[in-house]
Design a protein around this ligand. Structure first.
Ligand code: ARG
Ligand code: ZN
Length: 472
């Protein structure tokens, strides 16, 4: 998927005029227009539509930052592209091909871009391969004591080395050449070869596990619905995979396969929350509509990191292995992974909805919803507040995104009642499963489906500089 932008198409047109004027050999290197995200203005390429990523990766030394492989991208364009510009901070590129022929490229690790000197017009499709090997790149998180992207967990006396992805918002580019913006989700085929004794897990349905030369194994996963790049799960560990009965909550009542992955030597009780996953899927699909993917489960990781809603396989740290967090990450499968963001400034559309799901679950367990909402309101009152559209990177995952975002949905619900609210949530997922969503889209959807009063209630919560009154 890709978003049109008037300015970018104008710039591309001007650029092609300049190129013709210069006799098709530009004196200075041709540059690409980024997507123009309001928080991360350099990410992505405007007009690039990556349809599919086929990954063929080798993790020869789990627990280290070494990675090698070939990524095959199927790309299209929504406007003329003078070159292909991918986000990539990762290992050294060894070769690039374009429709099977070697193609010139430039890897600029400081700028985080891999440019390939081939043009693409709307209506054309190309197959691009990028072969790389070496050490993954680094992208420090502004708040967490970690780099987002490819995580390396060194072996210790108790556990073997392991790797996994923790990429929100833009860590995927530390290890894969991608159009690293949620407005361009794509399907993935992920093949990972690991040493003997190791298991690989990734987003999608496992379609193959084959012996690899040297005693290892190659695991293949098919992620058939488009997902944002940051939502790609990829794990290498000495996991135990635990399968559970499928849950009939997919599209048209289709079975959603259930599998969870657990490292060995987990503290007692760590697995308990995951026995509730089927119930969580059932309760949430009652509110949000069919589960959007063919499988669901969790992969437990040992470092004390935040949980992440990686598609079809939530990444769950040991210390967040509780049902509330599981509900939150499961809700993100609809809100974030299926309905994708048009801009990072709108991340409350992910976090507010996922937090709201915690209330829906608690009420389904017979808990007092009003007390939970009051608790949220008190918490929001103790934190600085702001309109819901974020203005800076540090606001993306703050109390406003999560708690004020959830309260905004409560304001809509109390305006229209439960039945209309349920239809509204389902309508939002149905309408925005194939195009990126922004806050203005939710306001328009609210007016269309619920009318002017509901839109006004939501608008107060999205736009007021102060905290609106408790919705009752
Ligand atoms: N989306 C994650 C959640 O489930 C939080 C990720 C926080 N990431 C970060 N880079 N601060 O709420
Ligand atoms: Zn969240």
């Amino acid at each position: 998927m890709s978003r049109p932008s008037f300015c970018a198409s104008l710039c591309a047109a001007l650029l092609s005029v300049l190129l013709v004027g210069a006799g098709a050999q530009p004196a200075s290197p041709v540059t690409a227009q980024s997507i123009g995200d309001s928080i991360y203005p350099r990410l992505g390429q405007a007009g690039l539509d990556v349809r599919h990523y086929a990954l063929d990766l080798n993790v020869d030394r789990p627990g280290t930052s070494e990675l090698s492989g070939v990524v095959t991208l199927t790309v299209g364009a929504t406007r003329p592209l003078p070159l292909l510009s991918l986000d990539f901070l990762g290992p050294a590129v060894a070769a690039v091909t374009w429709n099977g022929q070697p193609a010139p490229y430039r890897q600029d690790r400081a700028a985080g871009k891999l440019s390939i000197q081939r043009s693409l017009r709307p209506g054309e499709q190309a197959t691009v391969t990028v072969r790389f090997a070496g050490t993954v790149g680094r992208r420090p998180d502004p708040e967490l004591p970690l780099d987002v992207g490819w995580q390396a967990v060194a072996a210790d006396g108790k556990r073997p080395g392991a790797n996994f992805t923790l990429s929100e918002p833009d860590g995927t580019r530390t290890f894969l050449p991608v159009n690293d913006h949620p407005s361009d989700p794509a399907t993935f085929t992920t093949r990972v070869t690991v040493p003997a004794g190791y298991v690989a897990a990734a987003s999608g349905v496992q379609v193959l596990a084959q012996a690899a030369p040297g005693g290892g194994q190659t695991f293949t996963f098919e992620q058939a619905q488009p997902i944002p790049t940051y939502a790609l799960a990829l794990h290498v560990n000495r996991f135990e995979r635990q399968d559970s009965p499928a849950v009939p909550v997919g599209v048209g009542g289709a079975a959603v396969a259930r599998r969870d992955y657990f490292p060995s030597d987990l503290p007692d009780g760590t697995r308990d929350a995951y026995t509730r996953t089927g119930e969580v899927l059932t309760v949430l699909s009652g509110w949000f509509g069919p589960f959007p993917f063919g499988a669901y489960g969790s992969a437990v990781v040992t470092p004390g990191i935040p949980a992440l809603e990686t598609a079809t396989l939530s990444t769950m740290p040991v210390r967040a292995s509780n049902v509330r967090v599981l509900v939150h990450e499961t809700a993100h499968q609809w809100f974030g992974d299926r309905v994708v963001l048009g801009d990072w400034a709108d991340v409350w559309l992910n976090e507010g909805f996922a937090t709201y799901a915690e209330l829906l679950w608690a009420q389904a367990q017979g808990e007092d919803g009003a007390a939970i909402v009051r608790g949220w309101y008190d918490r929001a009152g103790r934190s600085p507040t702001r309109p819901l559209v974020a203005a800076s990177e540090r606001q993306l995952f703050d109390t406003t995104s999560y708690i004020r975002g959830a309260l905004a949905l409560q304001a809509v619900r109390v305006t229209v009642g439960d039945a209309a609210f349920q239809a509204y949530l389902r309508g939002w997922v149905a309408a925005f499963s194939d195009r990126p969503a922004r806050t203005a889209d939710l306001l328009a959807h609210t007016r269309r489906q619920l009318g002017a009063d509901a839109e006004a209630a939501l608008r107060l919560w999205t736009e007021s500089p102060t905290l609106p009154p408790l919705p009752e």
